[in-house]
Design a protein around this ligand. Structure first.
Ligand code: GAR
Length: 210
Protein backbone atom coordinates (compact mmCIF):
# COMPACT_ATOMS: atom_id res chain seq x y z
CA UNK A 1 0.00 0.00 0.00
CA UNK A 2 1.24 3.46 -0.90
CA UNK A 3 2.16 5.43 2.26
CA UNK A 4 0.31 8.75 2.23
CA UNK A 5 0.73 11.92 4.27
CA UNK A 6 -2.30 14.17 4.69
CA UNK A 7 -1.91 17.90 5.39
CA UNK A 8 -4.79 19.68 7.11
CA UNK A 9 -5.51 23.06 8.71
CA UNK A 10 -8.71 22.49 10.70
CA UNK A 11 -11.79 20.29 10.71
CA UNK A 12 -10.24 17.55 8.61
CA UNK A 13 -13.42 15.93 7.31
CA UNK A 14 -11.79 15.09 3.97
CA UNK A 15 -8.83 13.58 5.83
CA UNK A 16 -11.31 11.50 7.84
CA UNK A 17 -12.90 10.27 4.60
CA UNK A 18 -9.46 9.22 3.35
CA UNK A 19 -8.66 7.46 6.64
CA UNK A 20 -11.93 5.55 6.53
CA UNK A 21 -11.49 4.56 2.88
CA UNK A 22 -7.93 3.41 3.53
CA UNK A 23 -9.13 1.03 6.24
CA UNK A 24 -10.64 -1.19 3.52
CA UNK A 25 -8.31 -4.14 2.83
CA UNK A 26 -8.16 -3.68 -0.94
CA UNK A 27 -7.51 0.08 -0.87
CA UNK A 28 -4.16 0.91 -2.52
CA UNK A 29 -3.05 3.56 0.03
CA UNK A 30 -2.53 3.76 3.76
CA UNK A 31 -2.46 6.98 5.78
CA UNK A 32 1.03 7.07 7.30
CA UNK A 33 0.82 10.49 8.97
CA UNK A 34 -1.46 13.51 9.34
CA UNK A 35 0.16 16.93 9.72
CA UNK A 36 -1.60 20.16 10.68
CA UNK A 37 -0.16 23.65 10.52
CA UNK A 38 -2.22 24.53 13.61
CA UNK A 39 -1.83 22.77 16.95
CA UNK A 40 -5.58 22.96 17.65
CA UNK A 41 -6.73 21.51 14.32
CA UNK A 42 -9.69 19.28 15.20
CA UNK A 43 -8.67 16.69 12.64
CA UNK A 44 -5.57 15.77 14.65
CA UNK A 45 -7.73 14.25 17.39
CA UNK A 46 -9.66 12.17 14.87
CA UNK A 47 -6.45 10.77 13.39
CA UNK A 48 -4.95 9.99 16.80
CA UNK A 49 -8.14 8.18 17.82
CA UNK A 50 -7.64 5.98 14.75
CA UNK A 51 -4.06 5.22 15.76
CA UNK A 52 -2.52 7.33 13.01
CA UNK A 53 0.51 9.51 13.81
CA UNK A 54 -0.85 13.06 13.92
CA UNK A 55 1.58 15.93 14.26
CA UNK A 56 1.26 19.68 14.55
CA UNK A 57 3.85 21.67 12.61
CA UNK A 58 2.64 25.18 13.46
CA UNK A 59 3.74 27.59 10.75
CA UNK A 60 3.93 30.39 13.31
CA UNK A 61 6.76 28.57 15.10
CA UNK A 62 9.09 29.02 12.13
CA UNK A 63 11.07 32.03 10.99
CA UNK A 64 9.87 31.72 7.40
CA UNK A 65 7.96 29.55 4.95
CA UNK A 66 11.10 27.67 3.88
CA UNK A 67 11.82 26.52 7.45
CA UNK A 68 8.16 25.55 7.96
CA UNK A 69 8.09 23.50 4.77
CA UNK A 70 11.44 21.86 5.52
CA UNK A 71 10.02 20.70 8.84
CA UNK A 72 6.92 19.30 7.12
CA UNK A 73 8.99 17.45 4.54
CA UNK A 74 11.18 16.02 7.32
CA UNK A 75 8.08 14.63 9.08
CA UNK A 76 6.70 13.25 5.82
CA UNK A 77 10.02 11.56 5.05
CA UNK A 78 10.31 10.22 8.61
CA UNK A 79 7.02 8.42 8.06
CA UNK A 80 8.04 7.04 4.68
CA UNK A 81 5.49 9.08 2.75
CA UNK A 82 5.45 8.70 -1.03
CA UNK A 83 2.30 10.68 -1.81
CA UNK A 84 0.93 13.83 -0.14
CA UNK A 85 -2.75 14.84 0.02
CA UNK A 86 -3.77 18.41 0.83
CA UNK A 87 -7.14 18.26 2.59
CA UNK A 88 -8.32 21.70 3.60
CA UNK A 89 -4.70 22.81 3.99
CA UNK A 90 -4.95 26.60 3.85
CA UNK A 91 -1.29 27.68 3.45
CA UNK A 92 0.11 28.41 0.01
CA UNK A 93 3.08 26.12 -0.66
CA UNK A 94 6.31 27.35 -2.20
CA UNK A 95 7.70 26.10 -5.53
CA UNK A 96 10.49 24.36 -3.58
CA UNK A 97 8.05 22.20 -1.60
CA UNK A 98 5.93 21.55 -4.71
CA UNK A 99 9.02 20.51 -6.67
CA UNK A 100 10.12 18.14 -3.85
CA UNK A 101 6.76 16.35 -4.16
CA UNK A 102 6.30 16.87 -7.90
CA UNK A 103 3.61 14.59 -9.33
CA UNK A 104 3.21 13.13 -5.81
CA UNK A 105 1.11 15.97 -4.36
CA UNK A 106 -2.65 16.30 -4.81
CA UNK A 107 -5.28 18.72 -3.52
CA UNK A 108 -9.05 18.85 -3.23
CA UNK A 109 -10.70 22.11 -4.19
CA UNK A 110 -14.40 22.97 -3.70
CA UNK A 111 -15.26 23.97 -7.28
CA UNK A 112 -15.31 22.52 -10.76
CA UNK A 113 -11.91 23.80 -11.84
CA UNK A 114 -10.83 25.74 -13.84
CA UNK A 115 -13.84 27.74 -12.58
CA UNK A 116 -13.48 29.43 -9.20
CA UNK A 117 -9.86 29.01 -8.28
CA UNK A 118 -8.97 30.45 -4.88
CA UNK A 119 -11.23 31.24 -1.94
CA UNK A 120 -14.99 31.83 -1.44
CA UNK A 121 -15.88 29.46 -4.26
CA UNK A 122 -19.50 28.91 -3.21
CA UNK A 123 -20.30 32.59 -2.73
CA UNK A 124 -18.86 33.38 -6.16
CA UNK A 125 -20.70 30.49 -7.84
CA UNK A 126 -24.01 31.59 -6.31
CA UNK A 127 -23.40 35.21 -7.34
CA UNK A 128 -22.87 34.01 -10.91
CA UNK A 129 -26.10 32.00 -10.86
CA UNK A 130 -24.48 28.73 -11.95
CA UNK A 131 -26.75 25.67 -11.83
CA UNK A 132 -24.01 23.06 -11.29
CA UNK A 133 -21.25 23.16 -8.69
CA UNK A 134 -18.80 20.56 -7.49
CA UNK A 135 -15.28 19.66 -6.48
CA UNK A 136 -11.99 18.75 -8.09
CA UNK A 137 -8.95 16.69 -7.12
CA UNK A 138 -5.85 17.87 -8.96
CA UNK A 139 -2.08 17.60 -8.87
CA UNK A 140 -0.46 20.65 -7.31
CA UNK A 141 1.64 23.03 -9.39
CA UNK A 142 3.03 26.41 -8.31
CA UNK A 143 0.11 28.29 -9.86
CA UNK A 144 -2.76 28.05 -7.34
CA UNK A 145 -5.52 25.53 -8.18
CA UNK A 146 -4.18 25.14 -11.70
CA UNK A 147 -2.61 21.66 -11.81
CA UNK A 148 -3.65 18.65 -13.88
CA UNK A 149 -7.10 17.33 -12.92
CA UNK A 150 -7.45 13.78 -11.58
CA UNK A 151 -11.21 13.61 -10.96
CA UNK A 152 -14.28 15.79 -10.46
CA UNK A 153 -17.75 15.40 -9.02
CA UNK A 154 -20.74 17.64 -9.74
CA UNK A 155 -23.74 18.58 -7.61
CA UNK A 156 -26.80 20.69 -8.46
CA UNK A 157 -27.30 24.21 -7.17
CA UNK A 158 -30.81 24.20 -5.68
CA UNK A 159 -33.27 27.10 -5.52
CA UNK A 160 -32.79 28.95 -2.25
CA UNK A 161 -29.25 27.70 -1.69
CA UNK A 162 -26.99 29.91 0.36
CA UNK A 163 -23.24 29.37 0.63
CA UNK A 164 -23.65 27.09 3.66
CA UNK A 165 -26.20 24.86 1.94
CA UNK A 166 -24.16 24.62 -1.25
CA UNK A 167 -20.95 24.06 0.73
CA UNK A 168 -22.54 21.14 2.61
CA UNK A 169 -23.71 19.51 -0.64
CA UNK A 170 -20.29 19.93 -2.24
CA UNK A 171 -18.55 18.65 0.90
CA UNK A 172 -20.57 15.43 0.80
CA UNK A 173 -19.36 15.00 -2.77
CA UNK A 174 -15.77 15.74 -1.70
CA UNK A 175 -15.93 12.91 0.82
CA UNK A 176 -16.74 10.48 -1.98
CA UNK A 177 -14.48 11.99 -4.62
CA UNK A 178 -11.23 12.24 -2.67
CA UNK A 179 -10.98 8.54 -1.74
CA UNK A 180 -11.76 7.66 -5.37
CA UNK A 181 -9.10 10.06 -6.69
CA UNK A 182 -6.46 9.00 -4.18
CA UNK A 183 -7.02 5.37 -5.16
CA UNK A 184 -6.45 6.30 -8.81
CA UNK A 185 -3.16 8.07 -8.02
CA UNK A 186 -1.89 5.59 -5.41
CA UNK A 187 -2.55 2.62 -7.70
CA UNK A 188 -0.83 4.29 -10.65
CA UNK A 189 -4.07 4.40 -12.66
CA UNK A 190 -3.76 8.21 -12.77
CA UNK A 191 -0.36 9.74 -13.35
CA UNK A 192 1.14 12.90 -14.78
CA UNK A 193 2.75 12.73 -18.19
CA UNK A 194 3.88 15.88 -19.93
CA UNK A 195 1.89 18.08 -17.59
CA UNK A 196 -1.41 16.24 -18.07
CA UNK A 197 -3.10 13.39 -16.22
CA UNK A 198 -3.13 10.08 -18.05
CA UNK A 199 -5.71 7.53 -16.87
CA UNK A 200 -5.18 3.83 -17.49
CA UNK A 201 -6.62 0.54 -16.34
CA UNK A 202 -9.85 -0.54 -14.76
CA UNK A 203 -9.53 1.99 -11.97
CA UNK A 204 -9.77 4.82 -14.44
CA UNK A 205 -13.55 4.89 -14.82
CA UNK A 206 -14.82 8.42 -14.26
CA UNK A 207 -16.25 9.30 -10.86
CA UNK A 208 -20.04 9.18 -10.94
CA UNK A 209 -21.99 12.41 -10.85
CA UNK A 210 -23.16 12.80 -7.28
C1 GAR B 1 -13.03 21.56 1.93
O1 GAR B 1 -14.25 22.01 1.40
C2 GAR B 1 -11.92 21.72 0.92
O2 GAR B 1 -12.30 21.46 -0.40
C3 GAR B 1 -11.58 23.17 1.11
O3 GAR B 1 -11.63 23.40 2.50
C4 GAR B 1 -12.56 22.48 3.07
C5 GAR B 1 -11.85 21.72 4.16
O4 GAR B 1 -12.75 20.94 4.91
N1 GAR B 1 -10.29 23.47 0.57
C6 GAR B 1 -9.96 24.66 0.07
O5 GAR B 1 -10.72 25.60 0.05
C7 GAR B 1 -8.54 24.74 -0.45
N2 GAR B 1 -8.28 26.06 -0.96
P1 GAR B 1 -12.20 19.75 5.80
O6 GAR B 1 -11.10 20.33 6.69
O7 GAR B 1 -13.39 19.32 6.61
O8 GAR B 1 -11.69 18.67 4.89
Amino acid sequence: KCPVGVLISGRGSNMAALVEAAEAPGYPARIAVVIANKADAAGLDFARARGIPAIAVPHRDFADKAAFETAMTAELERHGVELVCLAGFMRLLSPVFIERWRDRLINIHPSLLPAYRGLHTHERALADGVRVAGCTVHFVVPEVDAGPIVAQAAVPVMPGDDADALSARVLAAEHRLYPHALALVASGAARVEGGAVVLTGVGAAPAPLI
